[in-house]
Design a protein around this ligand. Structure first.
Ligand code: SF4
Length: 486
């Protein structure tokens, strides 16, 4: 959600006449280690899901203060969840910040930059509720071949560990016609993959009184010419219904991957978290998904050490993990978020116990991830080549991308492969898996001649962007967070 918001901020700034710093060589030349890139305007889009966010923000701002002293006229803006939460306290702690804006008023960013410049004073503006649905704002998309499309913002749930509802507000659903028009527009621009985004995609439609609206939306995406891959995030186990499983299984371009947040395998802890499903319901969803899509890759989120979690509760989480056989899991040590009910509980789990449980969970999940991936050895996969997915691609002479089920695949290319056989980001290759690891697959089958390239419109769109920007990066660097696994 934040990454997509960053794309909107970049789009608004572009529309207001700003240009990305990488397109101005003399600006790039003055970049400092503070991460300013040499820019006249630096926008930091913050997240407050994890406790470390505030520490990192003020660390970054401290470094930027130095840069600002040596570059008069430079402006620093802070937006996102932490800004929504801290408001003017950001300027109190870092008086060199020029603009603070919240999650509900991204649209005012250019105006606030202008106002602060004109008044030579900080401009802080936070809205309590959303006025403009952010998808109506201009967007500068990071990728030429894959796009995020919001279907809703906010969340009506009240999970006791989560700060999102108080910072993003109640769920607001976007009309299906608007969503489909945006999907068609990004496809017309060259994208072949779309990820539908919402805090809780399964409650989509409640806002306009239409049950089954999310399944209908998936089926409608299936009818869009040229759209090859549809993904979505995040579903909620409490609201996940079988019509969505049917729609996934029956719609060719909806991928066989599902992110289903477990959080805990203990019913007592789920109750304390105010998550309204229980272990059996969760496992039931997984088995119905696998009945219809045997190859589905299911990933999850798990919180370790929620207040009151006993060894027995934790053991239940391990049991569910063993049974669920997730492809991978995002595991988090519980950290109290001020302003959430769980933060005030007195039965916090000690850091040592949390850490020890966390290590056991990681060890178990690594084993399962390795076993699941090993089962794919020798399988031929369609991989959508991506940009920036493999850190070691340069040294290993590989390119990287995602299989249909969203697994990361590193694809080996022989040195003597003809130029017209080399894939561009956005192109598709069919390759055979030759090596596996817990977090990625390697497909070096091109060395045995087992390699098929399909050039796509998305690859053409990527190449056209290179021409436009004259750089290898394309678009605006949004500092996209990613899980590096290679
Ligand atoms: S469903 Fe729960 S965890 Fe997810 S955004 Fe809503 S309150 Fe937060």
């Amino acid at each position: 959600m934040n990454v997509h918001d960053s794309e909107r901020m970049a789009g608004l700034l572009s529309a207001a006449g700003y240009v990305p710093v990488d397109s101005v060589p003399e600006a790039v030349a003055r970049a400092t280690p503070a991460g300013d890139g040499g820019a006249d305007v630096v926008v930091i889009n913050t997240c407050s899901v994890r406790e470390a966010a505030a520490t990192r923000l003020f660390g970054n701002l401290g470094q930027l203060a130095e840069v600002k002293r040596s570059r008069p006229g430079m402006q620093i803006a802070v937006g996102g969840c932490l800004a929504q939460q801290m408001r003017e306290h950001i300027v109190e702690r870092a008086p060199w910040v020029d603009v603070v804006f919240g999650t509900h008023n991204i649209d005012v960013l250019p105006v606030l930059l202008e106002r602060s410049r004109h008044n030579a004073a900080a401009a802080v503006e936070i809205e309590e509720a959303l006025k403009v649905f952010p998808s109506t704002l201009p967007t500068k998309r990071e990728s030429a071949y894959a796009a995020w499309v919001s279907i809703s913002v906010g969340c009506n749930n009240t999970c006791t560990f989560c700060i999102v509802p108080s910072l993003r507000g109640k769920e607001r659903d976007r009309r299906p016609g608007d969503i489909l028009a945006e999907v068609e527009a990004v496809v017309a621009d060259g994208a072949i993959e779309v990820t539908l985004l919402g805090q809780n995609v399964n409650s989509y439609g409640v806002g306009f009184g239409q049950r089954g609206a999310f399944a209908d939306l998936l089926r409608a995406c299936g009818r869009i010419e040229g759209l090859e891959r549809v993904r979505f995030t995040s579903p909620h186990p409490a609201a996940f219904t079988d019509d969505v499983i049917d729609a996934m299984a029956q719609t060719d371009n909806v991928m066989e991957s599902l992110h289903m947040p477990l959080q805990s395998g203990s019913d007592a802890i789920l109750r304390a978290m105010r998550r309204s499903y229980r272990r059996d319901k969760f496992l039931g969803i997984l088995s119905r998904v696998r009945e219809q899509m045997p190859d589905a890759a299911i990933t999850t989120d798990i919180i370790v050490g929620f207040p009151g979690e006993t060894e027995e509760d934790f053991q239940r989480t391990l049991d569910v993990v063993e049974e669920a056989r997730f492809t991978s899991a995002f595991t988090f040590l519980y950290s109290p978020r001020p302003g959430t009910p769980a933060a005030d509980r007195e039965d916090q789990v000690s850091p040592e116990v949390k850490q020890e449980r966390y290590m056991r969970l990681i060890e178990l999940q690594e084993r399962i991830s390795a076993e699941n991936n090993r089962a794919l050895l020798g399988r031929t996969l369609d991989v959508l080549i991506a940009e920036g997915e493999g850190r070691k691609d340069g040294e290993t002479n590989r390119v990287s991308g995602r299989a249909r089920d969203n697994r990361l695949v590193h694809v080996g290319l022989p040195d003597d492969l003809a130029a017209e056989q080399r894939p561009r980001p956005g192109d598709m290759v069919s390759v055979r898996v030759t090596h596996t690891a817990p977090h990625h697959l390697v497909a070096d089958s091109a060395f045995d001649g087992d390699y098929h390239l399909r050039r796509t419109r998305a690859g053409d769109a990527w190449a056209a962007r290179q021409g436009e920007t004259g750089s290898a990066g394309g678009g605006v660097s949004l500092g996209m967070p990613s899980v590096r696994t290679q």
